[in-house]
Every structure is written in C-alpha cells, then in structure tokens.
Design a protein around this ligand. Structure first.
Ligand SMILES: [Cu+2]
Length: 488
C-alpha cells in the first residue's frame, strides 16, 4: 500500500473526510470535550478520548491472552469489521516492569496464519519468546513467554503481527497494541507520577462503513487515527505536565507538532535520553515511539498535527497524506503548579567510543513494475536478495560491537528496524550525528546512507532486520541474522 505512486486527489480526499465525519456523526473539527482520561471508554462515542484497556503485571508476572478475532469493532467513530486482538482497536495495553515474565496465549481465530512480535523488547529471539519465524495456524493457540531482563530499559513499546508476506495487511487491519515498561526512567524526579496519555497512531481507510484492506488501500486516502479514534479531544490544565506516549503504528513518517506546546522528549523507542530535548517538531519513523512531557498552556484549544515531508520533494510528498490535525487538546480548569521538567535523565554507553569488531554494509534497492497494477510484482532487496527464511544472511558473535552502513538506492526513505538489540545512530549521509541514546528504528534517507553501531548482548539465536514499511518487508526487504556464541 505504501508504494504505488499516486497523486493526491483532493476531491477523493474531501469525500473521504466528509464520509468519516458522517460516520462519526460529528462536524469535521471540534468535538465534545470529556474532562478525564479514561481507560477502556467505549469508542463508539466518536471523538471523545479513548484508550485501550490496560493489563498490568502482578508480582513479576503478566499472564494473559490475545485472541485474534474478525468482528465489528469501534473504529473512527463507528462500528467497522476488523481483525484485532481481543476485539479492540488497538488491542489491550500490556503494562509491565523490568524483570517480569510475560506469558501470552495467542489464539488464532482467523482463517490465515499470524504471530506476535514484541517490538523493541530486548528479549530472547528463540521460541517461545520473540521468534517471528513462527506461524500460528488458523485454529491454533501458541503460548509465548518473554523474560524481560532486570535491567531492561523503561519506556514505550508495542506488539504486532509479524507474519511475513501478510504483516502489512494484518497490522494495517488492526493487529497491534501498546507495551509499556515502567522502570528507572519512571522513578526520576520530574518524570515520576505524571498523568499519562497513550497515543497509538495508525492509518485506516474506511469506505461505505467498511475498512479497505491494506493491500487495496492508498496512503493519500487514509486517515490517521489516535487509539482508533478520529480527531479525538483530550484535556490538560494550564501548568499541568503530562507524559504522552506516542507510538507510530503506521507506515508513514510522522512529523508531529502541538500548537503552543513544545514537546520535551525524554525517550525514543523506549530508550531514555541523557537529557531532555525540547522540540517544536517530533519526528517518529514507522514503528518508532517517543515519550514526551508537555506543559499545559493557557486555557484554549490546541491541535496536534502531522506535518508534510516537503524536504523530500513532491515525489515523496505525493505519496503521503497532507498535513492534518490528529487531536484537539483542551487546556481547561485551574492553573496547576507542577514539579519542573527535568534536565538530566539517564546515562548511556556511547558506542562512538567503542572498539569495533566488524563492519558490514547493507544496500537497499527496489523494483516497482509501474502501471501493471499488480502489487504482487513489487520487489524489495537488501544486498541483492529478497528475504528467505531458510537463509541466514549475516552471523554475529555474542558480545561483539559492530558498525553497520546502510545505503539507499531508492527514491523513498526506509525505516530500518532491528530486533532484539537496539542501536545508536552515529552518521546520516556519512555526516556524524550526535544522538545520545539508542533506538530500534531509524530512517535511511532517499539515495542516502545511515551508519549505526550496536552490540549483541545477552541472547543468541536468529532474528531479523527489515524495513518497517511493512509492505516492503512483506515483499522482500528483510534479512535473517543470527548471533552465535564466540567460538572457543
Ligand atoms: Cu522500505
């Protein structure tokens, strides 16, 4: 879906917008205001604030199930048939702590295989942990179990289907949910105890009350939803400091701006920054997350919006929706006195100082058959080959630190995502950058390059590196990696 070259059709777009508004039974902008953030509120109320229900670990264990079901769900203000976890869009939020054991029974009640990936978790890639090579067949149940290390980073993560060749359709359709790890970052003065908002940002296309499947959908006809809701309204008090957990579950590069409110970034991809960075625009690549603090401005209504990508030129801009409002923030009530926003956060191990054991290069290429209309013929390559789960493309040694250089020979950006071990971006287009944190997904710019460093810690086994535009992954842009013990 992400890849057909289409011109933005403003007529179609308007028609779609008004249809969504009709569906919601609401005017396009403006919405009833509900005062509190309420978990589990019924989304059929339209543009009122909704967050999925939360399942929290107790005494070090979260034992739960995720039933994959095809049924009507509350979506975009109406009831729409979709394949989801547990019948909600997004699925339930799983809330855990470092050192926890998470046991999830994945129950497949749909007519195609599916599986589960814990995006960003530093856990074993071997079954029954985060093994994305598994296929759970229709009618089957698989019991996943994840042991989070006691020193696991705290922040915002997410889970979703990773079923190769159909992951785009399944995730676009609704198979995703939030994962929250509460730990060291949450105990820092200025961070602890903040009221929270979860914002799972996703794309959907609804026509005549039905969801258009991912492989038939078109970026420029899609709408961005917040927790499955179209332009909801949430609230803050003047002076109140909230923590927003932003998850980009879409295949779009998001550039977010909140009117009148700088966003104070404290974590990217569930990895704490060393110090707080105030940003006017927060960029989140597909699959990425940002944890930000915001301080309520004077009473009034403010919009969070996604901006366009003009810097990539008309070609890329034509493939993504125009700038659009995502939610309304109502600043209301008595002015509050909050503990100040912190400056210093957590130290990190800067891999720019590390001894590099090995360097590797990965070249991203694609072949798009223009005008055939057959999406099955799109092909995406890394180092000249498409994904084959029988072939291990690269083998690394446990404990080693490596530098990887990604080269993009295509006209569009690709979000590079690596499972199990997070990485540090050290250069973009061969120019050094000063990123003092890790991440699990980063942008490889069009006809540019990306240089990262990472260390393979704690876990041996096979896992994947891929483009997080899931259509690209499904059509080949993925490699199988393996970490092995150091030979004696
Ligand atoms: Cu890609």
């Amino acid at each position: 879906m992400a890849d057909l070259v289409r011109r933005t059709d403003s007529l179609d777009r308007r028609r779609f917008l008004s249809r969504m508004a009709l569906l919601a039974g609401l005017p396009l902008l403006g919405a009833p205001i509900l005062s509190a953030c309420t978990s589990g509120r019924d989304a059929t109320e339209g543009a009122t604030w909704f967050e999925p229900k939360v399942r929290t670990s107790e005494n070090g264990v979260l034992k739960t199930q995720l039933r994959v079901v095809d049924r009507d769900v509350a979506l975009g203000g109406g009831q729409v048939r979709a394949v989801t976890y547990e019948g909600t869009y997004p699925g339930p939020t799983l809330d855990v702590r470092p050192g926890d054991r998470i046991e999830v029974s994945l129950i497949n009640e749909i007519d195609e295989p599916t599986n589960l990936h814990t995006h960003g978790f530093h856990v074993s890639p071997k079954a029954p942990s985060d093994d994305v090579l598994l296929a759970i067949e229709p009618g089957d149940t698989f019991d996943y179990a994840y042991d989070l290390p006691a020193d696991h980073s705290a922040g915002t993560f997410w889970y979703h289907s990773h079923q190769h060749t159909i992951s785009d359709t399944q995730v676009f359709g609704g198979l995703f949910g939030a994962l929250i790890v509460r730990g060291e970052l949450d105990d820092l003065p200025g961070v602890r105890g903040r009221p929270e908002r979860l914002l799972v940002l996703s794309q959907t296309q609804i026509e005549d009350g039905e969801m258009v499947p991912g492989d038939k959908s078109s970026n420029d006809l899609q709408q961005t939803l917040v927790n499955g809701t179209y332009q909801p309204t949430t609230d803050i008090a003047p002076g109140e400091i909230q923590r927003w957990r932003l998850i980009n579950a879409s295949s779009l590069f998001l550039r977010l701006q909140l009117d009148g409110h700088p966003m104070h970034v404290i974590a990217i991809d569930g990895d704490a920054l060393t110090s707080v960075t105030a940003k006017d625009v927060v960029e989140i690549v597909p699959g990425g997350r940002a944890d930000v603090l915001i301080e309520g401005a004077n009473t009034g209504t403010y919009q969070l919006r996604s901006l366009s990508w003009e810097e990539f030129g008309p070609f890329y801009s034509s493939m993504v929706p125009a700038a659009m409002p995502l939610l309304n923030l109502e600043s209301t009530g008595e002015t509050q006195d909050s503990e100040p926003i912190p400056t210093a956060l957590l130290p990190f191990d800067d891999l720019r100082d590390a001894v590099i054991d090995r360097r590797r290069e990965f070249v991203f290429e694609e072949l798009e058959p223009r005008g055939t209309g057959d999406m099955g013929h799109f092909m995406y390559y890394i180092n000249g080959v498409m994904f084959d789960h029988h072939v291990v493309n690269e083998t690394m040694i446990l404990g080693d630190t490596e530098e990887w250089h990604f080269v993009n020979r295509t006209y569009e950006p690709h979000p590079v995502h690596i499972h199990v071990n997070d990485f540090q971006v050290v250069a973009v287009n061969d120019e050094p950058v000063d990123e003092q944190h890790y991440r699990d997904t980063a942008m490889l710019p069009p006809f540019g390059s990306l240089t990262i460093r990472h260390r393979f810690e704690d876990f041996t086994g096979q896992f994947v590196m891929h483009c997080h535009i899931l259509f690209h992954e499904d059509h080949g842009m993925m490699q199988l990696l393996e970490v092995v013990e150091r030979p004696a």
